[in-house]
Design a protein around this ligand. Structure first.
Ligand code: PLP
Length: 438
């Protein structure tokens, strides 16, 4: 078999054959840097995969995980539970907006999203509105790869192959990225709030009383950082309130400091009914996600005979004690080190570095919000994605930099506790690569 085909490891969201020609394998990390087996040090411009905001191998989290794995490695999470899961639910809900006081643990963002959609359907049914079954997502939305999340998601290649198996009764709002009107916006674009009216149109089409929930990322991440237009999220909230529709914010990326607050909801001043999270909950150290729900939603399930299970849903690893210990240590660090304020203090520098790429030969847009940023390059004729892929590889091999490319858009998710000079140097390196890109 050729070298390109004989790697037993089938990598996720990766061009496997191309990768296998020149594997990029990381074997260690400390703080803001990765290391490879041959001693190369690489600066991580993506904080893991939007996960590791306070840096890799944070000693406090490492110690908490080591201690927990030697104390209680696992216990059943159905019918009994562990002390760390209870403690973490308390801590997370204390950070959440008002009335989102109940927390269901999962192991990933995808599971959080599918859990949230199921809770939304169950909630309406429990209240005698079982007709509310329709779910609304948004074009370019990313809500993970399970069937629910994929169905409400709006990234075409993620859906294409599975088109016939997507769940029925789903509609999408239009996305809000329009380079004619909002290219090179710094932060939230002024243009685009009117696109929230798509929801009102769908309420007219289906009758709002048939719609269960709307799910959006407050800032779209995986589609290449698309901040919400000014007043857009507020308008979605109003329309949901008017029609009795639940608003779900998918905060798998935007929670835990990425936009300078514990949750994007707080930053935008818009409170959803359900929040999905993962990633920064444990700083990426152990897989874990959480779904936070408003009191009324939880209470709606708490009826019928008290010995009966109220929600037939859960994962073997829901509330895993080692993950929960990692989560508790992570929240401690956020508090002790003032991580969210650190992130806020870096925003302007980050924005300036990104927007300095305006006018570069390949660049057609730059977008940013909080510590989320993107530089979109024009695709090569007939070869979409090739320029971005080459930029990623050249950053790795020539500049010792891990940069994420989503098609031809370079995405940036700097550490919440970045050193501003390190951040500047990383963008100088990106520029050197882009200057020589065809
Ligand atoms: C907004 C959003 N939702 C869901 C997910 C899926 O998370 P996971 O990959 O942990 O399943 C992601 C992952 O990037 C995400 O950004």
């Amino acid at each position: 078999m050729s070298a390109a085909l004989d790697n037993p490891y089938w990598m996720p969201f990766t061009a496997n054959r191309d990768f296998n020609q020149q594997p990029r394998v990381i074997s260690g990390a400390a703080g803001h840097w990765y290391t490879t087996a041959d001693g190369k040090e690489l600066y991580d411009t993506f904080s893991g995969l939007w996960t590791s905001g306070i840096g890799h191998c944070h000693p406090k989290i490492v110690a908490a995980v080591q201690e927990q794995v030697a104390t209680l490695d696992y216990c059943m999470g159905f019918q009994v539970t562990n002390n760390k899961a209870i403690e973490l639910a308390d801590r997370v809900t204390a950070l959440a907006p008002d009335r989102l006081n109940h927390c269901f643990f999962t192991n990933s963002g995808s599971e959080s999203v599918d859990t949230a959609l199921k809770i939304a359907l169950g909630y309406h049914r429990a209240r005698g509105e079982g007709n509310r079954t329709r779910l609304i997502g948004r074009e370019k939305g990313y809500h993970g790869v399970n069937f629910g999340g994929m169905s409400v998601g709006g990234i075409v290649p993620n859906r294409k192959v599975f088109s016939a198996a997507l769940i029925p009764g789903v509609d999408h709002l239009r996305h809000t990225l329009d380079l004619e009107h909002n290219a090179f916006s710094r932060g939230q674009p002024e243009w685009g709030a009117h696109l929230a009216e798509d929801l009102e149109r769908l309420c007219t089409l289906h009758d709002g009383s048939n719609i269960a929930a709307v799910i959006v990322e407050p800032v779209s991440g995986s589609a290449g950082v698309i901040p919400p237009p000014v007043a857009y999220l507020e308008r979605l909230r109003e329309i949901c309130d008017h029609h009795g529709i639940l608003l779900i914010f998918d905060e798998v990326i935007t929670a835990f400091g990425r936009v300078g607050k514990a949750f994007g909801a707080e930053r935008f001043g818009v409170t959803p009914d359900i929040i999905t999270t993962a990633k920064g909950l444990t700083n990426g150290v152990i897989p874990m996600g959480a779904v936070l729900v408003r009191d009324e939603i939880y209470e709606a399930f708490m009826q019928g005979p008290a010995h009966m299970i109220e929600l037939f849903h859960g994962y073997t690893y829901s509330g895993h004690p080692v993950a929960a210990a990692a989560g508790l240590a992570t929240l401690d660090v956020y508090e002790e080190e003032g991580t969210f304020a650190q992130a806020t203090a870096l925003e302007q520098h980050f924005e300036d570095l990104l927007h300095a790429f305006k006018g570069h030969k390949h660049v057609i847009d730059v977008r940013n919000f909080g510590l989320m940023g993107a530089i979109e390059m024009a695709p090569r004729d007939g070869l979409p994605g090739a320029r971005g892929a080459e930029a990623h590889k050249r950053c790795f091999w020539d500049e010792n930099l891990v940069v994420r490319a989503g098609m031809d858009t370079l995405q940036f998710s700097p550490f919440l506790n970045s050193d501003p000079d390190e951040m500047s140097r990383s963008f100088e390196a990106v520029r050197r690569v882009m200057d020589t890109l065809e």
